[in-house]
Design a protein around this ligand. Structure first.
Ligand SMILES: Nc1ncnc2c1ncn2[C@@H]1O[C@H](COP(=O)(O)OP(=O)(O)OP(=O)(O)O)[C@@H](O)[C@H]1O
Ligand SMILES: O=P(O)(O)OC[C@H]1O[C@H](OP(=O)(O)OP(=O)(O)O)[C@H](O)[C@@H]1O
Length: 232
């Protein structure tokens, strides 16, 4: 069996991941047609490339179906409860930087901190008879952050994309989402709250703590990590 390396098969992390490995002497390439999810690894023997969506890589690492994987910190922290027990962070890769933030309508001029939000949320519930809605796909991280910040009078509504549009569409009063340039938030008349970010994320190389390894796979892992860390 070979050591399995999971990398994003598409999306914003794919090309930069390939370049990052290339600079360190490990060449990842897709084989077959554009649409075929097959690839190869050159530079270290006994390594198999597994092309996956960035969002699935945390689960595959935790299940031990891949030994190494590249995905954002946000996705690992959100998708894996007690992530430290399931994966080890090997190397932050210096791209895919984004902050998970809470954002409210720009028109809420009195709301900037979590204390302000707590007050507004309580008033909102009294006035509307239901809790203030926060649209997000980061349920675990947002709940933890708001609990630690003492905010309780809210409900999360699930949004798996175009989250900033939920306020205009009146399916939420505010959002918690990833931002890098801030353009999408501004374009949708939202402002970032000053207490935060909930999490700072970037693309990161992770190792599974649960994947079993043969002697050969252990040798491949050692060679791979030495190359990637510039020790080979
Ligand atoms: N605007 C952004 N700028 C930089 N990084 C971002 C941005 N939005 C999301 N990311 C990061 O990119 C990663 C997700 O990558 P991407 O958006 O390409 O995957 P996706 O295709 O949406 O995910 P999936 O494959 O699960 O559908 C996350 O770790 C996230 O933090
Ligand atoms: O701060 P910015 O540079 O404007 O980037 C932020 C946007 O990028 C991501 O969306 P993505 O492009 O992945 O689309 P999505 O809405 O389908 O998640 C994120 O969810 C924001 O909407």
């Amino acid at each position: 069996m070979s050591l399995k390396l999971g990398v994003p098969s598409k999306g914003r992390l794919m090309e930069k991941t390939f370049n990052w490995f290339d600079k360190r002497g490990v060449t990842l390439s897709r084989t077959g047609s554009d649409r075929e999810y097959a690839g190869r690894v050159e530079g270290v023997d006994g390594v198999e490339l597994v092309l996956l969506s960035a969002g699935e890589i945390p689960r595959e690492l935790a299940a031990g179906r891949i030994h190494l994987g590249v995905t954002g910190t946000d996705l690992v922290h959100e998708k894996l409860p007690r992530w430290e027990q399931q994966v080890e962070q090997i190397e932050p890769m210096g791209f895919g930087q984004a902050d998970l933030v809470l954002a409210v309508p720009q028109s809420w001029i009195d709301v900037d901190t979590l204390d302000d939000l707590d007050a507004v949320a309580a008033a909102f519930r009294r006035q509307h008879g239901h809790r203030l809605r926060i649209a997000t796909k980061y349920h675990r991280l947002v709940r933890e952050f708001l609990t630690d910040g003492g905010v309780a009078d809210y409900q999360l509504v699930d949004s798996q994309g175009a989250t900033e549009g939920t306020v205009k569409n009146e399916t939420a009063e505010m959002v918690a989402d990833i931002t890098s340039t801030g353009d999408t938030l501004r374009a949708n008349h939202l402002k970032i709250m000053s207490d935060g970010p909930v999490l700072k994320s970037q693309a990161t190389l992770w190792r599974s703590r649960t994947a079993s390894m043969s002697a050969e796979e252990k040798v491949s892992l050692k060679q791979m990590l030495a190359l990637l860390r510039g020790e080979a």
